[in-house]
Design a protein around this ligand. Structure first.
Ligand SMILES: [Zn+2]
Length: 398
C-alpha cells in the first residue's frame, strides 16, 4: 500500500513497496487475478497492471491459462514464476555442509549434503570447501538461473557484519566469515550474507513448513549446539547485538553433565547431539559423523531396547522443560524442533508433551512439534533469505 505518512519517500520507494505487496499477495493467494490483487492490496487497477507487467517482464510472475470461475469476463490468473532465479543457502554443520538452491516460488532446485569435519578442519579450510561447493552449485544451476544471493548458516553467534564471534560447536572464535567467503568466491556478482542456523531455520519453517500463518514461532535447532530462532509478532527477534536465541547454555539441571562452557547441566550438555549419543550409545566413542549414530539409536528404539527407550523418555522430559522456558518468555504458538531432535521425535515428544502440559499454567499452551525440513532447514532458510531483496520489491539485476 502507498504510505501516506512518509511524504518524503520518492516514487521509486513507493513502487518498490507496492511491488512487494503484489508479490506477497500472489505468493499467498495464487492463482489470483489482477483484480484480486487490486482489491486486496488497496492499489488501483492501473497501478497493479503496470506492476504486474513489470514483474512478468522480469520473470517474477507469470500468467496461467486458468480463469476465475465467476460471472463476467474471464480473468487471466497470476502465479509466482521465479524460474529464472535462485537463492543459495549453505549450512555449516560440525560434520557436514548442506547446500540448497531455491527459486522465489519456493521450488527447491538443488539439495546437496557433503560430509565435512568443519569442527576439526578450522575456518580457513571450511571457507575453501564452502566456496568450492558454491562454485559447483552455481555451475549446475547457472545455465538456467541467475543466482541472486548466498546466505551461510552457522551454528553460533553472528554479528550484523557477518562475523562469527563464537561458534563453540565448530570450535571457532572471531571468524570474519562473510568477508572470507566473499574473498574466496571473488566477485560472483551476488551478495553474500551470514546468519545463525537458528534464525534461518525458523525462516524456513515459516516459509516452507506448515506454519505460514503462524506469527509466533520458535525453532529449536538440533545438532552439537542448541540454538533458538525466534519469530514474535511475525518478526524475527535478533536482540541488541544479533545474539538473541543463544539458549544453548540455559541452565536446566544443576547436577547435570558438564558442559564445554565449564558449567553443568546446560541445554546443550543435555540435549545436544553429542550429549544424546554419549548417553544412549555409551560404546560409540568420539563421533565424527552423527547421522549413522542417530540411525543406530532409531533402530534400537524401534526394536524396543529398554535402556535406549528410558534414556529417550528422560531426554524428552528435558526437552519439555526447555520448551516451557521458551513458552514462558515468548508465548509462541508452536515450538518446532529440528536436527536430531526431529529425527528422534517419535520417542522424545510424548514425554516432552507430558512435561510441557504439567508446566502450562493455562491450557492448551504451546504446541511442540518436529520439523519436517530435516537437516536442510538452515540451508533452505539461507536460500530464502538470499531472495529477500527481490521479495521486498527490488527488481533482480540478472
Ligand atoms: Zn554450557
Amino acid at each position: 500500500m502507498i504510505s501516506i505518512d512518509r511524504p518524503t519517500a520518492d516514487l521509486g520507494d513507493v513502487r518498490v513497496t507496492n511491488r512487494a505487496a503484489v508479490l506477497r499477495h500472489v505468493r499467498r493467494h495464487a492463482p489470483c487475478s489482477r483484480a484480486d490483487v487490486a482489491a486486496h492490496t488497496g492499489l488501483n487497477k492501473a497501478t497493479v497492471s503496470s506492476l504486474v507487467a513489470e514483474l512478468i517482464e522480469h520473470g517474477m510472475l507469470r500468467e496461467t491459462g486458468l480463469t476465475e470461475n465467476r460471472v463476467g469476463r474471464p480473468a487471466t490468473m497470476l502465479v509466482l514464476d521465479g524460474s529464472r532465479y535462485a537463492g543459495l543457502g549453505l549450512r555449516v554443520g560440525a560434520d557436514e555442509l548442506v547446500a540448497v538452491a531455491a527459486g522465489p516460488g519456493g521450488d527447491p532446485v538443488l539439495t546437496w549434503r557433503r560430509a565435512f569435519p568443519a569442527a576439526t578442519a578450522g575456518p580457513e579450510e571450511t571457507v575453501k570447501a564452502l566456496a568450492a561447493l558454491v562454485r559447483r552449485a552455481v555451475t549446475r544451476i547457472g545455465a538456467d538461473r541467475t543466482v541472486l544471493g548466498l546466505t551461510v548458516a552457522v551454528p553460533g553467534l553472528v554479528d550484523p557484519d557477518g562475523d562469527v564471534p563464537a561458534a563453540p560447536a565448530l570450535g571457532w572464535r572471531g571468524v570474519p566469515l562473510a568477508a572470507s567467503v566473499r574473498r574466496a568466491l571473488r566477485d560472483r556478482g551476488f551478495p553474500v550474507a551470514v546468519d545463525t542456523e537458528a534464525n534461518l531455520a525458523v525462516l524456513a519453517e515459516r516459509r516452507h513448513g506448515p506454519y505460514a500463518a503462524t506469527t509466533d514461532l520458535v525453532h529449536l535447532t538440533g545438532g552439537p549446539a542448541i540454538g533458538a530462532g525466534l519469530i514474535s509478532g511475525g518478526r524475527l527477534l535478533r536482540g541488541g547485538r544479533g545474539f538473541a536465541g543463544d539458549v544453548g547454555h540455559l541452565p536446566l539441571a544443576a547436577d547435570g553433565p558438564s558442559c564445554d562452557c565449564g558449567r553443568r547441566g546446560c541445554l546443550t550438555a543435555l540435549l545436544g547431539v553429542d550429549a544424546v549419543i554419549r548417553r544412549l550409545l555409551p560404546d560409540a566413542g568420539p563421533v565424527t559423523d552423527h547421522l549413522p549414530e542417530i540411525e543406530r539409536i532409531q533402530a534400537l528404539a524401534r526394536a524396543g531396547d529398554e535402556p535406549v527407550r528410558t534414556g529417550l523418555t528422560e531426554i524428552g522430559r528435558l526437552l519439555g522443560q526447555a520448551a516451557s522456558v521458551l513458552s514462558g518468555l515468548l508465548d509462541p504458538e508452536v515450538v518446532v524442533v529440528g536436527g536430531h531432535l526431529a529425527a528422534l521425535a517419535p520417542w522424545l515428544l510424548p514425554a516432552a508433551h507430558a512435561e510441557l502440559a504439567a508446566r502450562t499454567p493455562v491450557p492448551p499452551g504451546v504446541r511442540l512439534e518436529a520439523s519436517t525440513l530435516g537437516s536442510a532447514a538452515g540451508a533452505l532458510g539461507g536460500a530464502t533469505a538470499a531472495l529477500a531483496t527481490v521479495e521486498a520489491g527490488r527488481l533482480p539485476a540478472g
